[in-house]
Design a protein around this ligand. Structure first.
Ligand SMILES: C=C(O[C@@H]1C=C(C(=O)O)C=C[C@H]1O)C(=O)O
Length: 334
């Protein structure tokens, strides 16, 4: 992991397990432990913490910490653990076994929507879906991810709202779960990528219900700041709707980075009525997912060539949502 001391309004930082434990919850809204074992969402120092199985034994844990800017209120709601500070709401849930998790995904998404509505955090801006065996068949022979997408899409049908930036990624164990962030007052604008078909319009050959997410979400600046924050979804080597360069991890990584560059650049922001724009070197808090552990060194090298030395980059060797995708990248700008 590359580290930086810079603080940005994204409210996210990556910490080691020791750094996180040393905070004793101070300044923390919620956290996600990318460690060597999964578990149900739990309270640590009074904050919701989701333990994900994302690294093999001996590989250091990366704790993604969402920072609080005011007094924190916590609670549980229909299986979700949550915390909010008057500006941002963090929620997390585990769905149990990932095979056949569509029904659980639908129920938990509806619970999350109900929570943000009740507490008054209407601007959902980022979701992460973490699914063990994401490309494996479930009991019906359909892909686990397909079943998840059906349940999630039903929740959006039943409680319609804009789809935010998201990630849908594999895990080494622990079934399925998700976590999300919503804002009380700052407007969220959801972006699509000119090089890609919107995921929610993928043709049916990828599954009966397409994935419910936007390619990025821009959160408007706080008063007194001139730039918002852009949350970039998990992005892979897909042009239009098709996987490109199957089998070639170097080319897939290059296509992925070019997709992100097109998504976050000034032209695409202007297309969505937004000012400014970013380059790959502006990304911070980057997560890189690599399907084959042996590809980690080459992917890490290619990413470091493009990202700033000030970017925190965490690399996980886990499965990606299509069998032919070898790499996926997400991040936050600036
Ligand atoms: C890589 C893609 O999709 C992945 C799956 C997502 C989901 O289902 O929430 C979101 C982004 C990616 O992690 C893609 O379709 O381009």
């Amino acid at each position: 992991m590359l580290r930086t001391n810079e603080t940005t309004p994204s409210l996210c930082s990556f910490r080691t397990a020791a750094e996180f434990e040393g905070t004793a919850g101070a300044g923390v809204l919620g956290a996600v432990r990318h460690g060597d074992r999964a578990g149900p969402v739990r309270w640590e120092h009074g904050r919701p913490v989701l333990p994900l199985h994302m690294v093999r034994p001996g590989v250091p844990e990366v704790v993604e910490v969402w920072e609080a800017t005011g007094p924190v209120t916590t609670g549980e709601h229909r299986g979700l653990h949550y915390a909010h500070d008057g500006e941002v709401l963090f929620g997390a849930v585990d769905l149990g076994p990932s095979a056949g998790c569509g029904g659980a995904a639908r129920a938990a998404y509806l619970a999350a929507f109900d929570l943000v509505d009740r507490l008054g955090y209407p601007h959902l801006f980022r979701m992460w879906n973490v699914i063990e065996g994401i490309t494996a068949p479930d009991a019906d022979g359909a892909e686990v991810y397909t079943g998840f997408c059906v349940g999630r899409a039903r929740a959006f049908d039943e409680s319609p709202r804009p789809m935010p930036a998201a990630t849908g990624i594999g895990a080494l164990g622990g079934g399925a779960g998700f976590y999300f962030l919503a804002h009380r007052s700052r407007r969220a604008v959801h972006l699509e990528n000119p090089l890609q078909v919107p995921a929610h319009e993928y043709p049916e050959r990828y599954g009966p219900r397409s994935p419910s997410f936007a390619r990025a979400t821009w959160l408007e600046p706080e008063p007194g700041r001139d730039r918002g924050v852009l949350y970039v979804s998990g992005t892979a080597s897909i042009l239009d709707d098709a996987t490109v360069c199957p089998g070639d991890v170097v080319r897939q990584c290059q296509v992925t980075l070019a997709n992100i560059a097109a998504l976050i650049g000034p032209e695409n922001l202007a297309r969505h009525g937004l000012p400014g724009g970013w380059a790959l070197s502006d990304l911070r808090r980057v997560k890189v997912y690599v399907k084959r552990p042996g590809d980690v060194p080459v992917v890490t090298r290619l990413c470091r060539e493009e990202f700033s030395r000030r970017a925190e980059v965490a690399v996980f060797a886990v499965d990606v949502c299509r069998p032919d995708l070898l790499v996926e990248v997400e991040g936050i700008a600036p």
